[in-house]
Design a protein around this ligand. Structure first.
Ligand code: SAH
Ligand code: SF4
Length: 407
């Protein structure tokens, strides 16, 4: 290599910017009509585009053969039919689970997981899609691979909806439909609530995606003002609270947001939501061996939820590289469930799906972002062990609320 080249500073890393063209699936329904009206095009053009988008699964203007070429060209300049650039699919569980890693226009990676539940008795076959609301997450729960990535950015409305359209497009050729959508992928949906609500409106609208509100679940780590906002909107969808522990010292560690909104406030807001909407609230508990799976933990949950319109889901922890923790053994989970039920709390155990492809939230993206260096993993593990040991002694965390999530 010539010396002159070697002396030059390294080339800057060019990170592609976000594509400025709005995604069509995130637009309010009237705006496409207005766009065509401004171009003096007939009103039915908006209908043709909407049909191609929502029924025809179109991913580019060029696919919409009902439109004249000039209109296709103009549409393509102004909007995107698909905000997802590239998708890498990984099937597992004999094709029962399929994990999709999506690359967005600025290179951000997010994931969605499609799960098939075969028909059982009177229950029809279901296809549930778990989607992301943010790239990364600021909350930083130590058992979660997304938490390890940190926060990158909020997803746009269309980037949320297009994960769902992508899965529907994959199911259509085999004559299947998506039946459920859960916001349990990457990110904290209540910290990107405006866009999440716009996305839900698009998914729910019979003129657009057309999925019933009862088939949509929002999971939150406990953003109390967000829960109250959902309550004010009325019974729109199912609310799931990531509880993990009923005692503040331990929950401070497992869900760092607990330092801002302690568990009593979170459950108070969720209880009010259940009362106001008449909808049962789901509580998720990721079961971690020796950390949150003792009889005392079960009793604390009973003390908190007894008498509420609530349902507890126990989920064995998926292994995550940077934690020293493991899933509680199944007999321990069964004992925990029995104790909750004996205390009058409705409880189910959710068996893990797609573990071998890392279907726990954020894991595939974390792999792609590059494995963290061994010393960083060791340091993080040490911190987690120290914090959880203090919590198990009943000491509340003195750590600050994670940046960007306090308000
Ligand atoms: N941020 C929101 C929604 C996304 S996380 C929330 O925390 O609720 C979705 C669910 O996956 C949460 O209940 C979370 O606790 C759970 N989860 C994260 N990492 C996990 C792991 N390693 N094993 C099992 N569940 C996990
Ligand atoms: Fe964020 Fe949810 Fe993961 Fe916690 S569990 S870090 S809130 S995505």
């Amino acid at each position: 290599m010539p010396a002159t080249t070697a002396a030059r500073p390294p080339l800057p890393v060019i990170r592609p910017g976000l594509d400025p063209r709005p995604g069509l699936s995130g637009l309010p329904p009237a705006s496409l009509g207005e766009w065509f009206a401004a171009r003096r095009e007939p009103a039915y053009r908006a209908r043709q585009v909407a049909d191609a988008l929502w029924r025809g699964h179109a991913t580019a203007a060029g696919e919409v053969r009902t439109l004249p070429p000039a209109v296709r060209g103009a549409l393509d300049k102004a909007f995107r039919f698909d905000t997802i650039g590239q998708t890498d699919l990984r099937p597992s569980d004999d094709g029962m689970t399929e994990k999709a890693l999506h690359r967005l226009s600025d290179g951000a990676l997010v994931e969605s997981v499609l799960m098939r539940y075969p028909a059982r008795g009177a229950r029809r076959e279901r296809h549930t899609l778990c989607i992301s609301s943010q790239a990364g997450c600021a909350v930083g729960c130590p058992f979660c691979a997304t938490g390890e990535l940190g926060f990158n950015r909020d997803l746009e409305t269309a980037e949320i909806v297009d994960q769902v359209r992508h899965a529907a497009r994959r199911l259509a050729p085999v004559g299947r439909r998506l039946t459920n959508v859960v916001f349990m992928g990457m990110g904290e949906p209540l910290l990107n609530l405006d866009r999440v609500l716009e996305a839900i409106a698009a998914l729910n609208d019979p003129e657009r995606f057309g999925l019933g509100a009862r088939h949509i679940t929002l999971s939150t780590s406990g953003v109390v003002p967000g829960i109250r906002r959902l309550t004010a909107l009325g019974p729109q969808f199912t609310l799931a609270i990531s509880l993990h522990a009923a005692r503040d010292p331990l929950r401070d560690v497992l869900v760092p947001l607990n330092r801002r909104w302690p568990v009593g406030e979170v459950v108070g807001a969720a209880r009010e939501h259940g009362r106001a909407t008449g909808r049962r609230v789901t509580y998720e508990v990721t079961m971690i061996a020796g950390v949150n799976d003792t009889d005392a933990d079960a009793d604390a949950i009973v003390g908190l939820l007894r008498g509420d319109l609530a349902h507890v889901n126990l989920i064995p922890m998926n292994p995550v590289a940077h934690t020293p923790w493991q899933a509680s053994p199944m007999p321990v989970i069964e004992r925990f469930a029995a104790r909750l039920r004996a205390g009058g709390v409705q409880t189910t155990i959710r068996r893990n799906r797609g573990q071998e492809i890392g279907a726990a939230c954020g894991q595939l993206a974390a792999e792609r972002a590059g494995e963290p260096a061994a010393p960083a993993v060791a340091r993080r593990r040490e911190l987690i062990v120290r914090a959880s040991a203090a919590a198990l002694r009943g000491e509340r965390s003195a750590e600050p609320v994670p940046a960007g999530v306090g308000e």
